[in-house]
Design a protein around this ligand. Structure first.
Ligand SMILES: Nc1ncnc2c1ncn2[C@@H]1O[C@H](COP(=O)(O)OP(=O)(O)OP(=O)(O)O)[C@@H](O)[C@H]1O
Ligand SMILES: [Mg+2]
Length: 236
């Protein structure tokens, strides 16, 4: 469980305080599926980066599985992040010149874990995301939707408890965007991975179980009834 407590982020420009957001409190549990929306520049990426311990808040703090890190904060948070959080980005961030499976194994390599121990796991995850035909292909031949599937496999290879996805559908057409979010939904449901994903798209945010948004520096979160807009699209 990742608990966000009274987070605020401020900037000072020419001595003037600018509040990006303040008083943000909520919980991301394993099994949660949260969409995060809000106008460009409202602080969505910043909030998710603070949760991942990549940026520091101006006030408030984050509790990781019941621990509020104080001493050895950076060490603790980076260890938590490497073990528990998989990341997906708008621009996929794959290495084009190496194969699909080598991209998926990159977090294993970076963690200094045994590549041979994870090779079967990487194949299994690539099958899960529907990319089994492309296991040994170069990334550069893939479409955007296929690249994002590979990026999802990479995020999952080390068995994270959470996925943080910053606009994973922004570079995809409508059909692929919906497919990627349906895949996120399946991962959430079948693997009990807690997901927070940023999006500007009304059609894909509706797949989430909780809808979060930032408006005028304030944070809101509500349960998604999952009824009106896309009734019938969630094959539960
Ligand atoms: N060092 C800084 N000093 C002042 N303002 C900053 C600084 N760093 C970031 N900002 C401001 O914070 C905001 C960035 O927020 P962030 O990138 O989290 O927004 P976002 O909601 O993810 O936007 P988008 O939808 O465009 O990705 C910007 O408005 C930027 O001007
Ligand atoms: Mg952003």
């Amino acid at each position: 469980m990742i608990e966000v407590v009274n987070l605020g982020k401020y900037f000072y420009t020419n001595g003037k305080k600018k509040v990006l957001f303040e008083g943000v409190s909520f919980v991301l549990r394993e099994g949660d599926f949260i969409s995060l929306t809000g106008e460009s520049g409202c602080g969505k990426t910043t909030l998710v980066k603070i949760m991942a311990g990549i940026e520091t808040p101006s006030e408030g703090y984050v509790i990781y599985d019941g621990v509020r890190p104080s001493f050895f904060k950076d060490y603790f948070v980076s260890k938590f992040r490497n073990k528990n959080i998989g990341f997906v980005f708008q621009t996929f961030e794959l290495i084009e010149s190496i194969s699909v499976i080598d991209n998926v194994l990159m977090p294993v390599y970076l963690a200094g874990a045994s590549i041979s121990r994870y090779r079967e796991r990487a194949r299994e995850i690539l099958r899960y995301v529907g990319m089994d035909e492309y296991i040994n292909s170069d990334v550069k031949i893939l479409s955007g939707g296929q690249k994002q599937r590979v990026a999802l496999a990479r995020a999952l290879v080390m068995n994270p408890k959470y996925i943080f996805a910053d606009e994973p559908t922004a570079n995809l057409d409508e059909k692929n965007a919906v497919e990627i979010v349906k895949l996120l939904e399946r991962i959430n449901r079948e693997m009990n991975v807690g997901i927070i994903f940023i999006t500007h798209r009304l059609d894909v945010m509706e797949f989430a179980n909780k809808l979060a948004y930032i408006k005028d520096g304030k944070f809101f979160i509500e349960d998604n009834g999952k009824m009106s807009l896309f009734k019938g699209t969630n094959e539960v």
